[in-house]
Design a protein. Structure first.
Lengths: 266, 287
C-alpha cells in the first residue's frame, strides 16, 4: 500500500519536457501557479487547462500517472467542493431545503475550485515526474544563490533536501519490513479496532525512528570521512546549461500567462 | 501428515506492470512435523518470498499453502491464528525491537495472542532460558544490549509464541563466529526440547550441514531439490553448478574420490570426516 505513493516520484525519459533546464522548469511552474490564480471565473482556467494538457502530452508520461497523483487528495477535493457548494450564498437559488441553500454561484465556485486544485497537482507532479530529485535540488540551489549574500545557507538547505529525497524510498522499504516483522508477531495493523491499531503504531514507529537516527549518524560519518565541508569551493559534475529551447519554453509560458491576465480583465 | 505443504505455489511481484517478476514458481513441497530443515539458495532465488508465504504475510498469486492439511487462506479473518502457529523471524530481527524492557519485548507476541499474565510470564522466562538470556537482563532496556544479545531477544520474541513451526531467515547474518555458534546451538537445543518443526535459511553450508535433517534448495524461483541432507550433498557437483557453495570438507572428499579414494558415502561434517579417516588409517595399519 505504501508503494502507491507517487508524490515526488521521477519517471526517467527523454521527452522535450525531460530535457528542459530544471531551473527554467521551476520558474515555469511558478508562473503556471500564478496563471491558475489569475481571475476567478471558469473561463480563466481554460488557458491553464490548455497549457497543462499541452505539457502533459509533450512529457509522454501516461495520463494514468497523473490520475494516481490526484487520487490521494480526493477527500480534500470533495470537502472543498462541498464547503463551497453549501456556504456560498450569493447568486440565484437553484435548490432550497430548510437551511440548505444551493446557489448558481456556489455550483460555479465549487467546480472552479476543484478544477483549479486538480490542475495545480497535475502541474507540480509534472515537474517532479520529469525531473530527477538530484537535478531538482541542484536547480533550487542555483536559483537561490543570490540569497547567499544575505548569509542564507543555500547549499546546506539543498543538501538537506537531496538527502531527504534520497531516503524516501529507503524509509518506505524499511517501514514495510518492520510492518511485516510486527505482523509476524501478531500485531494488528491493517485490521483490528482503531485503538489497538494506534497502540501498534508504536511497534512500527519506534524501530523506524531508531533506524533513521542510526542511518543519519552513519551518513554523517561517511560524509566526514570523505572530507565534506559544505558548498564552499565545490565544483559540480553536472553543469546546468540553458539552451534556446529553454528560452522558447519560457516565452510560451509567459504568453499563456499574459493570455490568462487578459481574459481575467475582459 | 505433513505439517506444512505447498501446492503449485506461485508468487508474482508487481503483477500487471513492467516490473513484473515471478519470485516463486510452482513450488510443491511437504514438510513433516518435527523436522529441522535448512533452506538454501542464492540471493534472489525466492527463498525469502517462499518463507513469507508459510505464515500468510504474502498471499500466493496462485496455488495453496496448507498448514496441518488446511488451506491457510480458507478464512481470511483467521490469518492471525496462522501467524501464531508459524513463527517467522526476519533477517536482522533486532531492528524490530521497540519495548522499554527485554521482558516486554519478548512478551509482545504472546500478549497479542491474548494469553493471561501467568502464561505470558512462564513463556518469557522459558524462552529467555532457551535462548541463553540471563534473567537479570529481562528488566534492562533492549537498546543497552550487545548486537548478539539483541538478536537473541528478537528471536525469543517469536519463540515465546510457541509456534508449531519456527522459521528463521539468516539468524546468524552479521554475527561473529562465537555469536553464530551460540545462536545456532540454542536454536538446536530449543528444537530438541520442544520437538517443533524448524526451518533455517542460511547462506552458509557449514552452518546447515551440521544439524539439518533435510535441505531445501531454491534456484531461480523454482524448487531445485528437497531431500535428506546426505542425499542433497550427494549432488554436491550440481549444487556447485548453480552457484552455491558446498561445505569445504565435502569438497576435500570429492577431490579424494577423483583421485581414487572413494569412501562410498557423502561427507559433509568435519566430525564425520575425522571418524572416517581414522577408521581408514587403522584398517591400513592392520593390513
Amino acid at each position: 500500500m505504501l508503494k502507491d505513493i507517487t508524490i515526488g516520484q521521477y519517471f526517467p525519459g527523454s521527452s522535450l519536457i525531460h530535457r528542459l533546464d530544471p531551473r527554467f522548469k521551476i520558474v515555469m511552474t511558478v508562473i503556471y501557479i500564478l496563471m491558475l490564480f489569475t481571475g476567478s471565473r471558469l473561463s480563466c482556467l481554460i488557458v491553464g487547462a490548455v497549457y497543462t494538457v499541452m505539457a502533459v502530452l509533450l512529457s509522454k508520461i501516461p495520463m494514468k500517472m497523473f490520475m494516481k497523483s490526484v487520487k490521494p487528495l480526493m477527500p480534500f477535493l470533495l470537502i472543498t467542493a462541498l464547503i463551497n457548494l453549501f456556504l456560498v450564498g450569493t447568486g440565484a437559488t437553484v435548490y432550497k431545503w430548510r437551511f440548505i441553500n444551493i446557489t448558481e454561484d456556489g455550483i460555479n465556485i465549487s467546480i472552479f475550485m476543484v478544477i483549479r486544485i486538480v490542475l495545480l497537482i497535475m502541474g507540480s507532479s509534472l515537474l517532479t515526474y520529469t525531473t530527477s530529485p538530484i537535478t531538482l535540488t541542484d536547480a533550487i540551489e542555483r536559483l537561490l544563490t543570490p540569497l547567499k549574500k544575505l548569509k542564507f545557507p543555500v547549499h546546506e538547505l539543498a543538501m538537506m533536501m537531496s538527502i531527504a529525497l534520497r531516503f524516501i524510498p529507503t524509509l518506505i522499504e524499511e517501514t514495510e519490513k518492520i510492518m511485516s516483522a510486527q505482523k509476524a508477531r501478531g500485531a494488528e495493523i491493517d485490521t483490528g479496532s482503531f485503538m489497538t491499531r494506534a497502540k501498534n503504531m508504536a511497534a512500527i514507529l519506534v524501530p523506524l525512528f531508531i533506524s533513521s537516527f542510526r542511518r543519519a549518524d552513519e551518513l554523517a560519518t561517511a560524509m566526514e570521512c570523505r572530507c565534506y565541508h559544505g558548498g564552499e569551493g565545490r565544483t559540480r559534475l553536472r553543469q546546468l546549461r540553458s539552451s534556446p529551447r529553454d528560452y522558447t519554453a519560457l516565452a510560451v509560458t509567459i504568453v499563456f500567462y499574459a493570455a490568462a491576465i487578459v481574459i481575467a480583465h475582459i | 501428515m505433513a505439517i506444512l505443504e505447498t501446492q503449485g505455489l506461485t508468487y508474482t511481484y508487481s503483477q500487471g506492470t513492467p516490473f513484473e517478476k515471478t519470485a516463486v514458481d510452482h513450488v510443491d513441497l511437504k514438510i513433516e512435523e518435527g523436522e529441522m530443515v535448512g533452506v538454501m539458495g542464492h540471493t534472489g532465488s525466492g527463498k525469502s518470498t517462499l518463507i513469507q508465504h508459510f505464515n500468510g504475510l504474502l498471499r500466493p498469486t496462485s496455488g495453496k499453502v496448507l498448514l496441518d492439511g488446511r488451506d491457510i487462506w480458507e478464512d481470511k479473518a483467521k490469518i492471525r491464528e496462522v501467524r501464531f502457529q508459524v513463527g517467522l523471524v526476519f533477517q536482522y530481527p533486532e531492528y524490530q525491537i521497540f519495548e522499554e524492557t527485554v521482558y516486554k519485548d519478548i512478551a509482545f507476541g504472546p500478549k497479542n495472542m491474548g494469553l493471561d499474565d501467568a502464561e505470558i510470564k512462564r513463556r518469557v522466562l522459558a524462552t529467555a532460558h532457551d535462548i541463553g538470556l540471563k534473567e537479570e537482563l529481562l528488566d534492562r532496556s533492549p537498546f543497552e544490549l550487545s548486537g548478539g544479545q539483541k538478536r537473541r531477544v528478537a528471536i525469543a520474541g517469536v519463540m515465546a509464541m510457541e509456534p508449531k513451526v519456527l522459521i528463521l531467515d539468516e539468524p546468524t547474518a552479521g554475527l561473529d563466529p562465537a555469536g553464530r555458534d551460540k545462536i545456532l546451538s540454542h536454536i538446536k537445543a530449543y528444537h530438541e526440547r520442544t520437538k517443533n518443526t524448524t526451518l533455517i535459511v542460511s547462506h552458509s553450508m557449514e552452518d546447515i550441514a551440521g544439524f539439518a535433517d533435510k535441505i531445501l534448495v531454491m534456484n531461480k524461483a523454482k524448487l531445485f531439490c528437497y531431500d535428506d541432507t546426505e542425499k542433497v550433498f550427494g549432488r554436491a557437483e550440481e549444487i556447485s553448478a548453480i552457484g552455491l557453495d558446498v561445505p569445504q570438507v565435502t569438497k576435500v572428499f570429492l577431490e579424494l574420490k577423483k583421485r581414487g579414494l572413494d569412501f562410498g558415502k557423502e561427507v559433509y561434517t568435519v566430525g564425520y570426516a575425522r571418524d572416517l579417516l581414522i577408521k581408514q588409517l587403522k584398517e591400513r595399519e592392520g593390513q
